[in-house]
Design a protein around this ligand. Structure first.
Ligand code: ATP
Length: 282
């Protein structure tokens, strides 16, 4: 993979002595056939791995560029929300990928990424982890991780920066999780012992490469069955909110081949596109 054109300002803070820092050489050895597809930059600290990767994309960073940060000082969720993480407790990283065609073809990408994350966790031995439409990773009704997909149009293709944050243990900064729509969960409550950080990260990248390939060929339709098999709230009564106001209520009946949520209401089955909607179980 070609070396990236890096901004020296991004490279100021990367002490290699810290044991929690991902070592790209060690990671490389664990990636198997996916080895040639990723170029991983491991940082001690940055505001947000996705923000930095979007900037590098504008400077021509290739598909497969990855930034993993031991500490994010301004980790982002969707719609300006924060993702809380700490070096000991979290794995936070972003991956840049490019897909043929326009961005409208990528509507279901955050769901497809969820499939990859679950496949990786399952390969590490986790069970009972599920997916909440469109971008949350749950254990029970608690949130174990989040996915943030950001898209940009390029000539004849679309660029995606996929940010993933996983709780290995509960970050102290979460406290009681006041104001969170869902309680937080952590992998150390699901898997004992926890997988070694590089092994977990390698499984995630391997699964992402596979899922990106399938998505590029067949869109979300090619991964829909796998998503449905891991869907957290299938057949549960749910409510959809926009800016805190209820806009729909019904029974959650999965997602269609574009990744739109299907909700059975008195008026029939309605398609709900993500964007500014929040899904809550009743
Ligand atoms: P939606 O309204 O679509 O359901 P959300 O509340 O899940 O969105 P996201 O952008 O997906 O929002 O994730 C950010 C939210 O996740 C934060 O506002 C906070 O409630 C919660 N959160 C932040 N950090 C963590 C964490 N480490 N573990 C679990 N939950 C977190």
């Amino acid at each position: 993979m070609p070396a990236m054109n890096r901004n020296p300002a991004d490279m100021t803070d990367r002490p290699r002595s810290c044991s929690l820092l991902i070592d790209p050489v060690r990671l490389h050895a664990l990636l198997g056939e996916a080895r040639g597809r990723f170029d991983v930059d491991s940082l001690a600290e940055c505001p947000s791995t996705s923000t930095l990767l979007l900037r590098r994309a504008e400077q021509g960073a290739p598909a497969g560029s990855v930034i993993v940060a031991e500490r994010q000082t301004a980790g982002r969720g969707s719609r300006g929300r924060s993702w809380l993480a700490s070096p000991q407790s979290s794995l936070t990283f972003s991956v840049l990928w490019r897909f043929p065609g326009g961005i409208e073809r990528l509507a279901g990408l955050s769901l497809a990424v969820g499939v990859a994350v679950l496949q990786a966790l399952e390969a590490c031995g986790a069970s009972g982890v599920t997916l909440k439409w469109p971008n949350d990773i749950l254990h029970g009704d608690a949130k174990l991780g989040g996915i943030l997909v950001e898209l940009q149009s390029e000539p004849d293709q679309a660029l995606a920066v996929v940010g993933i944050g996983l709780n290995l243990s509960l970050p102290e900064s979460i406290g009681e999780g006041q104001g969170f729509a869902l309680p937080a969960a952590a992998l150390d409550g699901i898997l004992a012992p926890l997988p070694e950080r590089h092994e977990l990260f390698a499984q995630l990248l391997i699964a992402l490469a596979r899922v990106f390939d399938r998505f590029a060929e067949g869109g979300f339709a090619a991964l829909r069955e796998q998503w449905l098999a891991r869907h957290a709230w299938q057949d549960r009564p749910v409510r959809l909110l926009r800016e805190g106001r209820v806009v729909n209520e019904g029974v959650c009946c999965g997602a269609d081949s574009d990744g739109a949520l299907l909700v059975r209401t008195a008026a029939g089955v309605e398609r709900c596109l993500s964007g500014d909607l929040s899904l809550r179980a009743l």
